[in-house]
Every structure is written in structure tokens, then in C-alpha cells.
Design a protein around this ligand. Structure first.
Ligand code: G
Ligand code: G
Ligand code: MN
Ligand code: NA
Length: 254
């Protein structure tokens, strides 16, 4: 059985699980929300999403993969909403680039939110810059409908591609997630620091929420806060865990 066949079977059988990584608000130190990350085990081994997500895209199963993750994430959010007694927590779900131009996406997202009683304000869809390169009109229509549901859009892995400054302006983004490669030496490398300082200033002028990814050391937090970065995510603040294992943290600081 090839990996492709195994993945096809797993997706068709719904055998994809979800891990949740905390996203912290830097001003308040509280939990802003969580990023949902797909997990797949094949013959007892974890397969990296960097491997199986592109495979799912290649075999035409990206939409089904997103649907599985979105459904679990909304179901989990409904549980957390109940435990917290409010609907302020957010969840970010990664979508594949082509999905941002898929006219059926908003209705599917809306139906899933409705089914679980989750507020659209609680959901952010994350897409890499490749998602902004699709048909302009289709993307605008999809985003307009998503906005009607109060769902927001984040640009993921910012800084790793190219053309991103121009793309930042083609689509109205709510959030930009700075890739961990850029965050890595922010407290040690003056050039990187200067670059990010300018970037956070630009993004905040555009009214965009900023999330620093891959934060591993307390020194990075201090620098990010001083630069006006809004949120942070990374192993220092919490690794991805199952919904059940994440629940104590959610209840504690959510
Ligand atoms: O935890 P990490 O190894 O989970 O994730 C690796 C990469 O895979 C990240 O870039 C993340 O955005 C992506 N990824 C994780 N889950 C999903 C998913 O459900 N859909 C898509 N399209 N990408 C995902
Ligand atoms: O690109 P995407 O941002 O959606 O994926 C998040 C990926 O980054 C996941 O694979 C996750 O496990 C990984 N990740 C999250 N925090 C850290 C971190 O602090 N350090 C490193 N090395 N990887 C991280
Ligand atoms: Mn992501
Ligand atoms: Na990223």
C-alpha cells in the first residue's frame, strides 16, 4: 500500500486527528485562542503534516482534510465554550491555497459553525501566500461571504515567500503570522530585529493583527512586545496537544 492509498483511506474513514497549539495575547498574557493542526498516524507512526498535507492536495483530498479538521475544531470549541461560559476564544484552521478560491468553501464553513453552535468570530482561516495568487474575483467573493459569517483570514508563514508586500495589499487580511525563521534570532540579530520592527509598524498601521510564530525563548517575548506584536505562538508558550490535554490550560487562562 502506498502512502497515497493509505492517506486516501484514512481521509475517507475520517482517521485524521487534531492537535491544538495555544496563541497568547502579548498585552494581557492570556490565551487568545488555538491553532488546529492536523495529525495522521500510519502504521503506528506519526506522519508529518509537511508530508501528508501536500499529498492530500495532490490526490484532490484537500477539501476533505480541511472539513475533517474544521469539524473537530468546531466540536472542540463548543466543548470549551461550554466550560468557559463565553465564546471569546478563537480557533485557527489551516486551509490549502486552492480552497480560498473555491466558491463552495463559505457555505461549508458556515454549515459547520452552525452545526456546532460556534460563533463565526471564533474562527480564523489560515492560508499561505500561494492562496492569494488564485483568481482575484473568486477570492474576493469567497472572502466577502466569509466576512458575512464574521470569519477572519490570516496569512500564514509570512516572510518565507516573495512578493508578499504587494500581496498584503491585494486582499484584506485580518491577521499576519510571522514565520518562525524570522522570529528565531530576533533578540540576537539586529538586522532581523530592524526588519521586523518595520514590518510590525506597517502591519499595525494597516490594522492587521500580528502573530509571531515559533517563540522558544523568553527574550524573544520581550523584544516582540516592545515592537508592538499582538500575539505569540511557540514551544515556550505551549506545544500542540490533543483537545483533552489542552483543556486544563484553556480553562485556566481562556
Ligand atoms: O505542527 P506542524 O508540524 O503541525 O505543521 C506543519 C505545517 O502543516 C504547518 O505549516 C501547518 O500550517 C500545516 N498544517 C497543519 N495542519 C494542517 C491542515 O489541517 N491543513 C493544511 N492545509 N495545513 C496544515
Ligand atoms: O506553518 P504552520 O504555522 O501553520 O505550523 C506550525 C508548525 O510549527 C507546526 O509544525 C508546529 O508544530 C511548529 N511549531 C510551533 N511552535 C514551534 C516552535 O516554537 N518551534 C519550532 N521549531 N516549531 C514550532
Ligand atoms: Mn498555520
Ligand atoms: Na507558519
Amino acid at each position: 500500500l502506498t502512502l497515497q492509498h493509505a492517506l486516501t483511506r484514512a481521509i475517507d474513514a475520517g482517521e485524521i486527528s487534531v492537535a491544538y497549539q495555544p496563541v497568547m495575547d502579548l498585552a494581557s498574557g492570556r490565551l487568545h485562542g488555538l491553532e488546529a493542526l492536523a495529525r495522521w498516524q500510519y502504521e503506528g507512526m506519526d506522519v508529518a503534516p509537511d508530508v501528508f498535507v501536500p499529498t492530500a492536495e495532490r490526490i484532490g483530498r484537500a477539501g476533505q482534510l480541511t472539513a475533517l479538521v474544521l469539524d473537530q475544531a468546531c466540536s472542540q470549541m463548543a466543548v470549551w465554550n461550554g466550560l468557559l461560559g463565553h465564546r471569546n476564544l478563537t480557533v485557527a484552521v489551516n486551509i490549502s491555497p486552492a480552497e480560498l478560491a473555491d466558491p463552495t468553501l463559505p457555505a461549508r464553513v458556515g454549515a459547520t459553525l452552525h452545526r456546532h453552535g460556534v460563533d463565526g468570530r471564533q474562527l480564523t482561516l489560515e492560508v499561505t501566500e500561494a492562496g492569494l495568487l488564485g483568481d482575484r474575483k473568486s477570492i474576493h467573493d469567497v472572502l466577502a461571504t466569509l466576512r458575512g459569517l464574521n470569519v477572519s483570514l490570516a496569512l500564514d508563514d509570512f516572510g518565507t515567500g516573495y512578493n508578499t508586500l504587494a500581496q498584503l495589499l491585494t486582499v484584506q487580511l485580518d491577521t499576519v503570522k510571522i514565520d518562525r525563521l524570522f522570529v528565531q534570532d530576533i533578540d540576537r540579530d539586529p538586522q532581523r530585529r530592524a526588519f521586523l520592527e518595520a514590518m510590525f509598524s506597517l502591519l499595525s498601521r494597516l490594522g492587521v493583527v500580528t502573530v509571531a510564530e515559533g517563540v522558544e525563548r523568553p527574550e524573544q517575548i520581550e523584544v516582540l512586545r516592545s515592537m508592538g506584536c499582538t500575539m505569540a505562538q511557540g514551544f515556550l508558550l505551549g506545544r500542540p496537544y490533543s483537545g483533552e490535554d489542552m483543556t486544563p490550560l484553556v480553562v485556566d487562562i481562556g
